[in-house]
Design a protein around this ligand. Structure first.
Ligand SMILES: [Zn+2]
Length: 304
């Protein structure tokens, strides 16, 4: 067994939560919440984070007395639905960088500063939109379930990254003169990928983050298409390791993201990173950029 394959086999999953829950993390959260919440009835509601509820009509109080009918995902957003089909309401949630939608056995202390939206259930449990850190960016909107598809945040989404669109469609979506790293994270192009999984997808595909979408040849499109499979494998991983309760930090099975300096699990060369002021991009220079080490963007900004 080579060093590289040994590293692949024994590397523990990263415990880093990632800057924002992406498609696999939201998918498993939606599945677990769906199983746990189906049929539970809302007793009361509270929105301690004033800015976390962006909608006015219907009011959050409209949920009182309704049963949770299901939890699903669209892009990186969970959707919690309430009530019978004819009058179904949907809470669309955008967790931004630090929000989490979690179910608790007990009610939150009103001193819990992380609470943004609280949905209290008759059985004593509580569904909470929480946000870590001091910034209030996570938001939710309550609307008729039939309006979700036309909400601006949903209507502008590209096709879901998982299950992956056909290779021909992917080629059309990516035929833009933009770098792959921001292009794949653009939810209007393809939905569900963020800063963690884009590194994994590009590493799987052996493509430079600075390759332009429009410059991909058919073999590269095929590799990228196959690489989207990491999302489904991550969901499979979560199905095995995530219990009924969604942890604050997901055990993300990342191979390269935030692994700067560690050996590439495939070739053994050190993983390199490009640091930006607010994020990091990790890649294998040997396999993705013809050996080139890309400039640190914080440094080049200072030198300007
Ligand atoms: Zn490598």
């Amino acid at each position: 067994m080579t060093t590289a394959s040994l590293a692949l086999a024994s590397a523990p999953p990263s415990l880093y939560a990632g800057p924002m829950p992406e498609l696999p993390e939201v998918e498993i959260a939606a599945r677990r919440l769906d199983a746990a919440l189906a049929g539970a009835r809302v007793e009361s509601v509270l929105a301690p984070g004033m800015v976390a509820l962006k909608s006015v009509k219907p009011p959050l109080e409209a949920l009182v007395g309704l049963e949770v009918s299901g939890v699903r995902r669209v892009g990186k957003m969970p959707v919690v639905e309430f009530g019978p089909p004819a009058e179904r309401l949907a809470l669309l949630v955008h967790m931004m960088s630090a929000g989490r939608l979690q179910l608790f056995d007990k009610r939150a202390s009103l001193r819990d500063r992380a609470s943004r939206v609280l949905i209290r259930l008759e059985d004593g449990r509580e569904l909470r939109l929480r946000e870590f850190g001091t910034k209030q960016r996570a938001w939710s909107k309550l609307m008729a379930a039939t309006d979700v598809a036309t909400d601006e945040m949903v209507a502008t989404l590209g096709p879901e990254a998982w299950p992956e669109p056909p290779a021909e469609q992917l080629a059309e979506l990516l035929a833009q003169p933009r770098h792959l790293h921001p292009l794949l994270r653009d939810q209007r192009t393809i939905a569900g990928i963020g800063r963690s999984w884009v590194d994994e997808i590009l590493w799987e595909a052996r493509l430079s983050p600075f390759k332009k979408g429009a410059e991909l040849d058919p073999a590269e499109i095929e590799r990228l298409h196959a690489a989207l499979g990491v999302l489904g494998r991550a969901i499979g991983h979560y199905e095995e390791v995530v219990g009924e309760t969604i942890p604050d930090k997901m055990p993300m099975p990342l191979q390269v993201h935030r692994r700067e300096g560690e050996p590439c699990p495939r070739c053994g060369e050190p993983i390199a990173a490009i640091h930006y002021s607010d994020r990091i991009t990790c890649y294998c220079p040997k396999e993705q950029t013809d050996g080139r080490i890309l400039a640190d963007r914080r440094l080049s900004r200072l030198l300007k």
